[in-house]
Design a binder for this molecule. Sequence first.
Ligand code: AMP
Length: 415
Amino acid sequence: MQNIDSYNFKGKKAFVRVDFNVPLDENANITDDTRIVAALPTLKKILADGGRLIIASHLGRPEKNPDPKYSLKQILPHVSQLLGVDVKFAPDCAHAQSEVAALKDGEALMLENLRFYAEEEGKPRGEFTDDDEKAAAKKAMKESQKEFTKTLASYADCYVNDAFGTAHRAHASTALIAAFFPNDKMFGYLMEKEVIAVEKVMSNIERPFTAIMGGSKVSTKIEIIENLLTKVDNLIITGGMTYTFTKATGGKIGDSICENDKLDLALELIEKAKKNGVNLVLAVDAKIADSFSNDAKTAFVDVDKIPDGWEGMDIGPESEKLFAEVIKSSKTILWNGPTGVFEFENFTHGTRAVGEAVVEATKNGAFSLVGGGDSVAAVNKFGIANGVSYVSTGGGALLEAIQGITLPGIAAIKE
Ligand code: AMP
């Protein structure tokens, strides 16, 4: 494994896997460019050395090739502007030989969305009539993924992985490709920072350790919640997940989002928290709305007394106070997910209050790690990113790393 800082890229073609999976609005404007900005130090170092930069990323979840909605060409002008060079474009990532060959020292090229090819993820696309057909497709895919990876590797002299957001995936460009560069593979600056931040949280936990888990569904976060219950002192479960817990314990949740098949699970988690001596903190009140819209009629009620026809959209003032007290008494904080539907301006208050409490705790010496697309969007929206210790660009990757799972993207570089 090499070190990006001491590696000299002069005259070298560098394949850099970044995570430019940025949110776009309906007019293809980037609504949050955090992930691009975060990769700039790596890209600029390569260009400054006189390297030949090949930028590779995915965008969204395309189902076909090409899929214009997910074309990386849409973000090319912004990337060029941020990098300060005219970035060239290869419209087919698997047939970019001529564009790569035309690259000169200090020039940059961006490949079209890697996920236009199913080989990037290695999952065959389409419907299968039976298991045999599926197994055959999987086998064929394994072979074509090898070829795809080989092609990507053939473009370059060295490989840099700066895509923490996809480090938990063993994809062609995030992990498999590293094997082609046994002596010329390395982390980018962003990846290095992410790895250090995770190590800090996991190896050197100053207590109390509080995790704030928000978001819509228990089912997508169950593993991390179970894992956190063996590590934290306080676990704040918030966002849409709240109402599954409220209903499980006999509360009235009206039309709030709820996973009815996870009620038993919610009770088990409550029991597990008790057994482990973890202070499980749930909302006590809610800001409710009579429809799922920013302009809905609203009211504040106890979280377990939500009338029919109304739904919980954010936490209420009592919960804000409760959460803030716990957060401010913490020395290590992990925050993932909003307290409510923060995309609607009228339901941002709780998420903002949590953010402000995290900032205050950080001021008082706590180490705070914020991760996950929505939490990052929230801290940016509220202008408090500078007030927390570390904002991770990873969502799933961060959560897996925090659970102690070895991320394929990291292992492939370290091996
Ligand atoms: P996740 O993708 O699981 O991290 O969840 C993030 C999403 O949860 C955001 O888009 C929020 O709008 C949504 N969310 C948070 N609270 C609620 C709620 N009370 N009802 C419905 N959705 C919610």
